[in-house]
Design a protein around this ligand. Structure first.
Ligand code: NDP
Length: 481
């Protein structure tokens, strides 16, 4: 497949400029591909194609759209190994993690196929207002042409979380992948062709945020934007949306807490804590990067965390021994290093890590890093680092744990580790977070919601909420005969 074109109106189209982006393997720092980088003209072309396609696509039944969604799921399944390999090489994540991503994407397309079918049954449902002498019917209609912008940490999954519900709702799409990891999303163009998705329903334009992302969010032909990324860019996306009174969904950052109570199963705790911060090299919006441990068990737990962290094998994503890969880009590597240096400058105590990983001449590898007794006013405690850096504090009782956990600008996720089911429920209800995991790793299902409280964003993806984000509600009211 060619990376020098964009997928627009059902075809591979030459870009408007000669600009290219080098795509890097973060484990070796080698250029693995060059992709075309577009500009406003390419966005225009894609939006026009999506607008033309919307006229017919919006009239398809949910059952027809479900057919396409299932075909997409099967096409991804048939190429799962190849897609996981592309993603793994571009992102640096171990191959087994990339395989999980592809599986999650397949599940998401299948799930929204089911919801698309149900949409047919939910149309024209009458509400009889007998006393007033009226009947009103509800119609759920697609929001229109949507602009989807995704980041680089889980590119194929994040794309599925947006593309699947948007197609299910009857929207047409212009997708902008991250300039860091565009390779796997471009495959969606081939898949769209393979399953016969009507021309213009899905369009993909690569390029930088300023050259493609901003023209897309500012485009008058876009009815809705769904953005996943940083708070910095999320703010500018919201400003563009405000100018046009355009609908916008934002999935932004996090600084999620993990609360460990003194009755916890310590073996489980070690696994869930490390998974919550070192999976995908910590590049997770939902990383549980603030660890709160009840005082009495802190010494034992920290000792176990130190030895388990030091036993994590770093390496190339294709090496089957690899448990953690490099950071995905040079920029992210520098950001994480800068936070570690800042921690040192603040005089924070390192339990383990804090250096470029030994034994690697090349690649953006950083050791799993844990700072302890981190003050609540430290930048490392308050800000999203987006890397393998865990900050730890202790607490004395449940009330203090909840207070410390909620004392943050973000509210995306949280973890609770305790043997007391009632406490787990009580604390879950008290935490300001969109998703809470009790005694488990971060499991996400298409049926459950994704999104955050506070500055972690606006709206929800996944589940029926993810579909609603792409629907407009219409009522047709008439007098009863
Ligand atoms: P960015 O905000 O830098 O980029 C996200 C996307 O926005 C990229 O495609 C980027 O393009 C694009 N973009 C950049 N500038 C603009 C602009 N002016 N207008 C429109 N689009 C633009 O985030 P990262 O890619 O660095 O991802 C990391 C961030 O994403 C973290 O803060 C993380 O928390 C958040 N995130 C949130 C998730 C959630 O579900 N809540 C999930 C995953 C990540 P380009 O790549 O070309 O710069």
């Amino acid at each position: 497949m060619s990376y020098d074109k964009f997928f627009i109106d059902g075809h591979w189209v030459a870009p408007s400029t000669d600009a290219c982006l080098a795509v890097i393997n973060p484990a070796t720092e080698e250029v693995i591909a060059e992709v075309a980088a577009g500009g406003p003209q390419d966005v225009d072309l894609a939006v026009s194609a999506a607008r033309r396609a919307f006229a017919d696509w919006r009239r398809t039944s949910g059952a027809e759209r479900a057919g396409y969604l299932r075909a997409i799921a099967r096409a991804i399944e048939a190429r799962a190994g190849e897609l996981a390999a592309i993603s793994s090489r571009n992102n640096g994540k171990p191959l087994f993690e990339a395989e999980i991503d592809i599986g999650d994407a397949i599940a998401t397309y299948d799930y929204y196929a089911g919801l698309a079918e149900q949409l047919d049954e939910r149309q024209n449902v009458p509400v009889v207002l007998a006393a007033e002498g009226f009947e009103s019917r509800t119609r759920l209609e697609p929001a229109g042409v949507v602009g989807l912008i995704v980041p680089w940490n889980f590119p194929f999954v994040t794309t599925a979380w947006k593309v699947a519900p948007a197609l299910a709702a009857g929207c047409t799409i212009v997708l902008k992948p991250s300039e860091v990891t565009p390779l796997v999303e471009l495959q969606m163009g081939e898949i769209a062709q393979q399953v016969g998705l009507p021309a213009g329903v899905l369009n993909i334009v690569n390029g930088s945020g300023p050259d493609v992302g901003a023209p897309l969010t500012n485009h008058p032909g876009i009815d809705k934007v769904s953005f996943t990324g940083s708070n910095r860019v999320g703010e500018t996306v919201m400003q563009s949306a405000a100018k046009q009174i355009q609908s916008v969904s934002l999935e932004l950052g996090g600084k999620s807490p993990m609360l460990v109570f003194e009755d916890a199963d310590l073996d489980g705790a070690v696994e869930w804590i490390l998974g919550g911060i070192f999976y995908n090299a910590g590049q997770m919006c939902s990383a549980t990067s603030r660890l709160l441990v009840q005082e009495r068990i802190a010494p034992q737990l920290l000792e176990r965390l130190k030895s388990a962290s030091e036993a994590i094998t770093l390496g190339d994503s294709f090496d089957t021994n690899t448990q953690m890969g490099p950071l995905t880009s040079a920029a992210q590597y520098q950001t994480v290093q800068a936070y570690i240096e800042r921690g040192r400058a603040e005089g924070l105590q390192l339990l383990t890590g804090g250096n470029r990983a030994a034994g690697f001449d090349r690649g953006y590898f950083i050791e799993p890093t844990i700072f302890v007794d981190v003050p609540t006013d430290s930048a490392l405690w308050r800000e999203e680092i987006f890397g393998p850096v865990l900050c730890v504090r202790t607490f004395t009782d449940e009330a203090e744990a909840i207070r410390l956990a909620n004392d943050n600008d973000f509210g995306l996720a949280a973890g609770i580790i305790t043997a007391d089911g009632q406490r787990a429920q009580r604390v879950s209800e008290a935490l300001d977070a969109g998703h809470i995991w009790i005694n488990s790793l971060q499991v996400v299902f298409p049926e459950t919601s994704w999104g955050g409280f506070k500055r972690s964003g606006i709206g929800r993806e996944l589940g029926p909420w993810g579909l609603s984000a792409y629907l407009e509600v219409k009522h047709i009211t008439r007098p009863l005969d």
